[in-house]
Ligand binder design. Structure first.
Ligand code: SER
Length: 894
């Protein structure tokens, strides 16, 4: 069997032999062409060369080009893996002429390579050819050159035989070469069956485009200065033909990946899927296709995201995971499989291996993220589908699909995938309707809440007091409009009194939208007051809560109202950061995340949001990283005032629990976040400094809380942590990286010691280990105690033990053996006073020390010797008893 690697190599070397420059594949992300999402044809990298804008040092080229097609009429993602020939990623073999050869040579090269026995050797009578309807020249060339008989030569229209790169750009008529695969299982109703027929008998393998025009935006075809050739042949199809298999998935481009996926599935589930048929086959094929695409996309620098290329990547990955789950793979597997793809493809694309680790890590991260977010949602979809099926229903209702999306973040296309597996339809228009209804519901809801408040304001005796503090105004001259002592309106507040102050206008922000009220000072000519807080009596009416520090404040006074600037700035930082955290959560975790409450204080914020599961540490890190990334980008923060309707239409996020007026403020960090917000904000994100998130936690079913510190407080916290850590490392005498382990060890040791102490306490209390009185024997009228050998006692404990035994044995001789660490042996002897002389503890110990190659001595009543453990200590103890008995007998003259 000819391998795909060999097929690719032969293609390139054939054209190289015919004067073509072999050019490397361009990346999947088109370098210069913003009109393209992904490279989708071999000619993309030569577009400007065809148009005469980019000269190259060669006029003939050949490539094996990485391509991605994820949309278009033949590239429905839903089909990939289910049919023999739909792919996302594929390789296109192509030869190109830039103003050099044209139709005649292109046809001759193509035919020679396909049919010559020294090349691919396909039987000529199995090949059919089509030309563009009006292209007589090509028709004649096929007849005369390769001699294709009329019966196997067809003319087709623009749809099949005119190729354009896109709406604009190089294009021209083409010829296609088809392989006749014989009669297909699907009965053909067309007679005679020919290329272009849907029955599947004829499979197109090679498209030869004769580049002639540059299509303009208005559709006009402007002839190219130099005609050219652009051909494209899918390596997967060609391999299927040359390897004699029915499906591209049965070629060696896929079988190793399918086999590896099957192995992983078996490891995960204990059941090996069957790659030859049924759902197993589809699942493995989906995974094989998708992991190729993912590997190459990430290798070419695409990262998972919520739009554009990143979204395509994410979508493909999620689809692969879903099929993986159906095969029993609950844990990440794509990272592992990317290794198989790299092994298989690196001979042709050597730079892949340089990205091996990054590819696997990116996949793993994204897989874990997805698993966390969707595990629950998917289970719900499956349960719903199963229930519907059981009830004999054929469709997942739109509102149900919407609920799954809205509540669990399950993307619509995944609902569709599950539905398909259960042979159910999904009511897509119904889903769209729900989506639209929800949008208008929230628009309406906002208005209804806002209306009664507007009414209440109209009847107020003091209409309103404008807040002037949006653009960092922290000082303002203002008039005292009203003073309150408790509930009562008063004319003045005196030194020491507490009360409320209403001003004509104020730079003090009154608590709202989670942001705390400002503090500061009010200074009048006759007195001064400290403002501890500012609260709105109702919308638009901020009441300053004051304590008069000196003199008095009177209604009508002109005051200098000065906000505590550093507190305000810190609060502003926290508010800016709150918007970033909100946007980052939606970006990283999913757009189902909704604000459920927030508190914004000086450099400290708390943000509650809806989500059904805890966020893995890695996800939390990603949120924190993204937030700080936006901080560092120092993006502008813009505020604008507009009608509520307009704001919602623009997509500004609104916190449904909040009440909004008809005219609202919209705070936008372009490209990242847009929210309805009455709070104070800085002009760029950089002033936040840094945002440190504390671990998130659940506070109620479906509601999570994350807290964060910003700016100075975040720095303080970091400093405190460093100080605490420095204390720990100093106490442990280790550096910080070793501290956790050292501490853990210490705690463990401590625990072991504690256990040992407990054990000893018990032992001591019960008299065990100290030698029982029953061990006392008599030798020549002297009571002798040689307790059993002690182990692991330190000197002090040993001494204590001997002392205790001396108390028990007021008259007698004690010899205590103890084994210590590192082969040390100690013997302690004790003689009671009444036996001295003739007995002497020092003499006894001297007599015993040689047993352990030791030395020692001491007082007559107590002596010690140390030695080495040379052998069995029990044996030593036995010997010591007989030596002792002899000594006693000798001394007592018996
Ligand atoms: N550009 C043509 C195609 O993509 C031939 O390479 O089919």
């Amino acid at each position: 069997m000819i391998t795909a690697t060999e097929i690719r190599r032969r293609f390139l070397s054939f054209f190289e032999e015919h004067g073509h420059q072999v050019v490397s594949s361009s990346p999947l992300v088109p370098a210069q062409d913003p009109t393209l999402l992904f490279t989708n044809a071999g000619m993309n990298q030569f577009k400007d060369t065809f148009l005469g804008r980019e000269p190259r040092p060669y006029v003939r080229a050949a490539t094996s080009q990485k391509c991605m097609r994820v949309s278009g009429k033949h590239n429905d993602l839903e089909q990939v893996g289910r049919t023999p020939r739909h792919h996302t990623f594929f390789e296109m073999l192509g030869n190109f002429s830039f103003g050099d050869y044209f139709k005649k040579d292109a046809i001759a090269f193509g035919w020679d390579l396909l049919t010559s026995p020294s090349h691919y050797g396909l039987p000529k009578d199995k090949l059919f050819v089509t030309v563009f309807r009006e292209d007589d020249e090509a028709y004649d060339l096929w007849r005369k050159g390769p001699g294709v008989p009329e019966a196997r030569l067809a003319r087709l229209g623009e749809a099949d035989n005119f190729w354009s790169m896109g709406e604009t750009g190089p294009c021209g008529p083409c010829s296609e070469i088809y392989v006749d695969r014989g009669k297909q299982p699907i009965a053909c109703t067309v007679s005679p069956c020919a290329p272009g027929c849907d029955c599947g008998r004829f499979m197109e393998i090679w498209n030869l485009v004769f580049m002639q025009y540059d299509r303009q935006a208005d559709g006009k075809l402007v002839p190219l200065a130099r005609t050219g050739v652009d051909t494209g042949m899918g390596l997967e199809r060609l391999s299927a033909v040359l390897q004699g298999v029915e499906s591209n998935y049965d070629t060696d481009l896929f079988t190793p990946i399918v086999a590896a996926a099957a192995r992983l599935a078996e490891e995960a589930s204990g059941r090996r899927p069957d790659p030859s048929q049924g759902d197993d086959r589809v699942g493995l094929q989906v995974i094989a296709d998708h992991v190729r695409a993912l590997t190459f996309l990430i290798g070419d620098g695409v990262v998972p995201g919520n739009d554009g290329r990143g979204y395509v990547l994410r979508r493909i990955l999620r689809r692969a995971i879903r099929f993986g789950r159906a095969l029993g793979m609950e844990r990440p597997f794509l990272g592992t499989l990317s290794g198989t793809v790299i092994e298989l493809m690196e001979p042709a694309y050597p730079d892949l291996s340089a990205h091996r680790t990054a590819i696997a890590a990116t996949l793993l991260r994204e897989e874990e993220r997805f698993a966390g977010t969707l595990a629950i949602g998917l289970a719900k979809v499956e349960a719903l589908a199963a229930a519907l099926r059981k009830d004999g229903k054929g469709t997942i209702p739109g509102p149900e699909a919407f609920r799954l999306y809205d509540t669990f973040g399950v993307p619509f296309d995944l609902v569709k995938d599950v539905a398909q597996a259960w042979k159910l339809d999904v009511d897509e228009p119904g889903f769209e309707r729900e989506m639209e209804e929800q949008r208008s519901r929230s628009r309406k809801g906002m208005k209804e809440i806002a209306a009664p408040l507007a009414g209440a304001l109209a009847t107020s005796p003091i209409a309103s007091s404008e807040f002037t503090g949006y653009v960092n105004h922290v000082v303002e001259e203002a008039r005292v409009v009203a003073l309150l002592r408790g509930e009562a309106l008063v004319e003045e507040l005196r030194q020491g009194e507490k009360g409320g102050v209403l001003l004509s206008h104020t730079p003090f922000y009154a608590e709202s939208g989670g942001q705390i009220g400002d503090a500061g000072t009010l200074t009048a000519s006759g007195g001064a007051a400290a403002v501890s807080d500012t609260q709105a009596v109702r919308r638009g009416l901020p009441l300053h809560q004051v304590t008069v520090l000196e003199g008095r404040l009177r209604v009508g006074d002109l005051v200098r109202a000065e906000v505590d600037k550093s507190r305000r700035l810190a609060t502003t930082r926290a508010h800016d950061a709150t918007h970033l955290v909100h946007a980052a959560l939606r970006e990283v975790v999913g757009t189902h995340v909704k604000q459920a409450g927030s508190l914004v204080e000086a450099d400290r914020l708390r943000f509650d949001f809806t989500h059904y599961a805890s966020l893995p540490e890695e996800i939390q890190r990603q949120v924190e990283d993204l937030v700080n990334d936006v901080v560092r980008q120092d993006l502008p923060i813009r505020s604008a005032v507009m009608p509520l309707d307009e704001a919602l239409r623009k997509g500004a996020l609104a916190f449904f629990g909040d009440k909004y007026a008809d005219i609202v403020r919209v705070v936008e960090i372009p490209g990242f976040s847009m929210e309805l917000c009455g709070g104070t904000h800085a002009s760029t994100t950089g002033s936040i400094g840094v945002v440190r998130l504390a671990p998130e936690r659940g506070i109620a079913a479906g509601t999570r809380r994350v807290e964060a510190l910003t700016g100075a407080l975040a720095l303080d916290e970091a400093r405190d942590e460093r100080r605490a850590l420095a204390g720990v490392t100093a106490a442990l005498h280790v550096d910080r990286s070793a501290a956790p382990e050292a501490l853990a060890r210490l705690v463990e040791q401590n625990r072991a010691l504690q256990r040992e102490i407990e054990r000893l306490k018990v032992a001591i209390a019960s008299g065990e280990g100290g030698g029982g009185v029953e061990e006392v024997r008599e030798v020549a009228g002297v009571r002798v105690l040689v307790p059993k050998v002690q182990r692991g006692l330190d000197k002090g404990a040993l001494r204590a033990l001997v002392d205790r035994n001396r108390e028990r044995l007021p008259s007698g001789v004690i010899v205590q053996w103890a084994a210590q660490e590192e082969d040390r042996v100690q013997v302690t002897t004790s003689v009671s006073k009444d036996l001295i002389p003739p007995l002497h503890a020092g003499e006894i110990v001297k007599a015993l020390a040689p047993l352990v190659e030791g030395r020692g001595g001491g007082r007559a009543d107590m002596a010690e010797a140390g030695g080495r453990r040379t052998g069995d200590l029990e044996g030593v103890r036995e010997k010591s008893i007989s030596i002792l008995e002899n000594l006693i007998r000798e001394a007592r003259g018996q």
